[in-house]
Design a protein around this ligand. Structure first.
Ligand code: TNX
Length: 620
């Protein structure tokens, strides 16, 4: 019996993996394909030119406030009130207002310049509002709403330098600030909001704190891009006047981070959560286990994390989350309206678990760690009772850590567990998930298994005909759509993209944007679609900077498909709105791909990816 994985058969629609440089990965038992190893481009190599990578401080985007003078129109010239002279305090106030008025305005955002596109936008050019140093953030007396207010203040204080105290909305306050109000308007739904900008202030109303949170993300985009600066910017903080009414199209809007192939520490994951929140996504799927690493502590099977988590693709040190780490991620996400969906991939993609517990393996022998990128060779023994004790223990502990309703059981590419052995395994695991009070999610390969209440399939196919999935939908399943040729964020943008795969084709931002979840899969009615998810597999993604480069600008495209009414769908308008975000990302220190189809401001071309911009923090 071999302790080494045997080569996996290739799935029909999934040609073999490619290395980061585009060459074919070596196949066969125990190969250690190291993404990037064959190519000259190493992550963090400051001397390596990477096509179209924009990173903070690279000068690739014009950052207002860097000295570019903008004339102040006459209407904005300070009006000094002669009557307001006298005391030193009054004079200081006059001087302050005069200075404010003279500060260079960048072109104020337009009310409709929001990603994802809002449901209804009613601009009022006569109603612009300027956020002044004396502004107050008034919030309904509700702990979750107050937390939204505190986070808004934390977002705005660094760039504006304004103190922005957060106070209870019921206390008498001066006008001229921002109000976040829970108004009991259930018509807005659990995530909707209204935002109104008048010369007297900004008011966001919603039925829930989550709705207020989404409204805050919109407010943020209505301020000049310099609001993303971590340090004070001398600037007039003008918001465009008018009203927005906004609600999501789909209840499930998500991204997946594969923390198994390469491990990403807590700080990195929290930053990814911030990116999701910015674009009103509401789920984070964490792919916690795979052949190369088991990333979550399980008390009843401790070696899963300590042994199974000790390496990663390419042979690096790997890592895992303690239960405390995981709770921190869950709590941080929840505060931002995001539910964590943990995935324990079964019965395949389990090599790391087998390295820790050989008793789960069909041959009962623990194999050595695997640091390559082949798929489909490993499995836990579906004929062993011990396997189901393991599954019940693991899913029980994960459920106890996870307040969200979904547990993802993987189910993909288990090429060696076939037919009845496979469906029998999946059905048993589905019952275990129901037994711990959770709703099962699985990759669409689990479709042939019997239906259980609430079952959700995540479809990752590349063409719209899938009779087996359509049949599972007829039996009651709902779908999350992640078509690999549109939504897989590990696909290359273009042939020269330095990292990523291309087995599902090239996915530029237009391809990510131009599809309709409601009609994508033949034989599946629109009502069966729960939403969309953009997965980021990380065989070739080794640092946070590389992850951001693959996320931006495609994540906002998928976010818009999930949030915005179909009637707003329009590539020409989307690329214009998206272009303004390049400057926001640069200012916030977020790396992104300056794809040629979007009219980003500033020069295009090759930009080096500095070592300092990326970190995969393992400490936190
Ligand atoms: C397919 S799609 C996988 C992953 C790989 C990915 C690479 C699916 C459910 N599984 O194991 O990481 O392709 O693109």
């Amino acid at each position: 019996m071999s302790a080494t994985p045997t080569a996996a058969p290739e799935p029909a629609d999934r040609p073999r993996d490619l290395l980061a440089d585009g060459s074919a990965a070596p196949s066969g038992p125990g190969t250690t394909a190291q993404p990037g190893a064959g190519s000259a481009a190493q992550p963090g190599d400051a001397t390596t030119a990477r096509p179209g990578v924009a990173v903070p401080g690279d000068g690739s985007a014009a950052v207002p406030g860097d000295g570019a003078a903008v004339a102040v129109p006459a209407a904005r010239q300070p009006q000094v009130d002669p009557a307001a002279s006298g005391t030193a305090g009054e004079l200081a106030g006059v001087a302050q207002r005069a200075a404010e008025a003279l500060l260079t305005p960048t072109a104020p955002a337009r009310l409709g310049d929001v990603v994802p596109a809002p449901e209804r936008v009613t601009p009022d050019p006569a109603a612009d509002f300027t956020l002044t140093p004396d502004a107050v953030i008034r919030v309904s007396a509700d702990p979750a709403a107050l937390a939204v207010g505190e986070r808004l203040a934390a977002l705005l204080r660094p760039a504006t330098g304004h103190p922005l105290p957060v106070t209870d909305a019921t206390a008498p306050q001066p006008a001229g600030g921002i109000a976040l109000v829970l108004d009991g308007d259930a018509g807005l739904g659990p995530e909707g909001y209204r935002l109104s900008v008048t010369p007297h202030g900004v008011r966001i109303t919603a039925d829930t704190a989550t709705g207020l949170h989404h409204g805050v993300q919109t407010l943020r985009q209505l301020l000049p891009a310099t609001v993303e600066s971590p340090t004070p910017v001398r600037q007039r903080w003008v918001l465009p006047g008018g009203e927005i009414l906004d609600r999501p199209r789909y209840a499930y809007r998500s991204a997946m981070l594969d923390v198994s192939r390469h491990f990403f520490g807590v700080a990195d994951v929290l930053r990814v959560v911030d990116h999701l929140a910015r674009y009103k996504l509401n789920h984070l799927h964490l792919h916690l286990t795979d052949d190369q690493g088991w990333r979550i502590a399980v008390d009843s099977w401790p070696r899963l994390a300590t042994v199974g988590g000790a390496t990663q693709v390419g042979g690096g040190p790997g890592g895992h989350y303690t239960k405390g780490d995981y709770r921190r991620i869950v709590a941080y996400a929840a505060e931002r309206g995001i539910t964590v969906v943990p995935e324990i991939d079964l019965p395949g993609h389990t090599h790391a678990a087998l390295t820790a517990y050989g008793e789960l393996s069909p041959d009962r022998i623990a194999p050595p760690p695997y640091t390559g990128t082949e798929v489909g060779f490993s499995y836990v023994d579906p004929a062993s009772g011990r396997t189901y004790e393991f599954v019940a223990d693991v899913l029980g502990e994960i459920a106890a850590l996870t307040p969200g309703r979904f547990l993802h059981i993987g189910g993909d590419e288990a090429f060696k567990v076939k037919g009845a052995a496979y469906t029998g395994f999946v059905e048993r695991v589905q019952r275990i998930v129901a037994g711990v009070g959770r709703t099962v999610v699985g990759w669409h390969q689990i479709a042939p298994a019997a239906h259980v209440d609430g079952r959700v399939l995540q479809w990752w196919g590349t063409d719209g005909d899938d009779a087996v999935t359509a049949e599972a939908v007829r039996r009651g399943a709902r779908l999350i759509l992640s078509p690999a040729n549109h939504a897989y964020l590990d696909m290359k943008y273009a042939p020269d993209t330095p990292i990523g795969h291309d087995w599902a084709g090239l996915v530029d931002v237009r391809r990510a944007y131009d599809w309709d979840p409601a009609t994508h899969l033949n034989g599946v009615p629109a009502e069966a679609v729960l939403g969309v998810e953009a997965p980021l597999w990380t065989e070739s993604v080794t640092t946070l900077t590389e992850a951001e480069f693959m996320l931006f600008p495609r994540l906002p495209a998928i976010a818009e498909l999930g949030w915005s009414a179909r009637a707003t769908h329009d590539w020409a308008g989307f690329r214009q709105r998206l272009a303004g975000h390049g400057e926001r990302w640069s200012t916030a220190g977020i790396a992104y791909h300056r794809c040629p189809t979007v009219p980003w401001p500033g020069p295009c071309g090759r930009v080096p990816l500095p070592r300092s911009a990326g970190s995969t923090d393992r400490s936190a």
